[in-house]
Design a protein. Structure first.
Length: 330
């Protein structure tokens, strides 16, 4: 039973050596106290309740053979080491009907500083697998200027790889749902603007599931910031321009929704990191344009509820899929 194993034991298993370093990318977890805790202790003390299911599926995929695909060749990474830390991980569903459904492209969050595969990648992918969908999880460039824009290129490269191996993956590369969390939620939203799929000559998603996403720089500009933080520096890190420029450009997502597919948004009212107003403003913009939209804001859960297990948001992946399968109506 994996719940009795420590995070250290699991991440140092040689079967997942390639992806273990990206459990939370750019964070050396071995220096953290919880690295030596069991998954049960982590669940009890930190509230990360569903890590076991993600690890079980990850090991199953590793035992089947290749599951990890780097986005760039070594020669492409010369002078840009951040590109070396990018990849997709393939979580195929055991449901034979998955071959006939869109695949799900999953983008974990992490504030453009990390990528939280451990909580928002592997466990969530397992749930979508059980719902009958093949999944690909993206680890994208973080800790670089204009990280969200660079993530557009990383996403496009990932789709090229998926298309080049479509028979192996048993997917139609033109049919996919894109889902992202927090900063990853911003990535999947930006993907639906002129910076995303249309710029790379790629197909439009069948649906979009932003989970507690950032969507509006105008909301962030209006917020109070402490003296240690700089609004322009944050905007530069995420989209490569000043906060004022971000507010008046394509990076202000609610003002540029014409390319969006049907969209289901999920957030929590108690989120003290990303105001749920980000989700509300995007939902209104979509509704005003007549784009099918579902908005669910739970009363509790805060930021980073991931798959929602053990919280009021539990079951959101099932609700998102049922909404999509039911015709994605407002």
């Amino acid at each position: 039973m994996l719940m009795e194993k420590t995070l250290k034991e699991l991440l140092e298993d040689p079967r997942i050596a390639e992806i273990a370093k990206d459990a939370i990318s750019k964070w050396d977890l071995s220096k953290e106290e919880f690295y030596n805790w069991t998954l049960q202790e982590i669940a009890d003390k930190m509230g990360w309740r569903n890590l076991e299911r993600g690890f079980v599926r990850l090991f199953e995929n590793a035992d089947r053979g290749q599951y990890y695909y780097k986005l760039y060749e070594q020669s492409e990474c010369a002078g840009n080491p951040q590109m070396e830390n990018t990849n997709i991980v393939h979580f195929p569903s055991d449901d034979p009907e998955a071959d006939h459904r869109p695949f799900i492209f999953l983008v974990p969050g992490g504030g453009f500083v990390n990528v939280w595969n451990l909580t928002e990648g592997w466990p969530v992918a397992r749930i979508f697998n059980e719902l009958g969908y093949h999944v690909f999880i993206l680890t994208y460039q973080v800790g670089v200027e204009g990280a969200a824009v660079k993530a557009m290129g990383d996403t496009a490269r990932a789709f090229r790889i998926i298309a080049s191996r479509k028979e192996e993956f048993r997917v139609d590369p033109d049919r996919y749902i894109i889902c992202g969390f927090s900063a990853g939620g911003y990535v999947v939203c930006l993907w639906n603007t002129e910076k995303g799929y249309s710029a790379f000559g790629l197909p439009k998603p069948q649906a979009c599931f932003p989970i507690y996403p950032v969507t509006s720089y105008r909301i962030m500009e209006a917020e109070e910031w402490d003296e240690e933080n700089d609004k322009d520096e944050m905007a530069l890190d995420s989209v490569g321009c000043t906060m004022k420029e971000a507010c008046s450009s394509v990076f202000e997502i609610p003002e540029h929704v014409q390319g969006f597919p049907p969209t289901a948004l999920f957030a929590a009212a108690e989120d003290d990191l990303v105001d749920p107003e980000h989700s509300k403003r995007l939902a209104k913009a979509l509704s005003d344009k007549g784009i099918p939209c579902r908005l669910e804001i739970g009363p509790t859960g805060g930021h980073g509820f991931a798959d929602g297990v053990g919280m009021c948001m539990e079951g959101w992946p099932e609700r998102a899929i049922r909404w999509y399968e039911g015709g994605a109506k407002c």
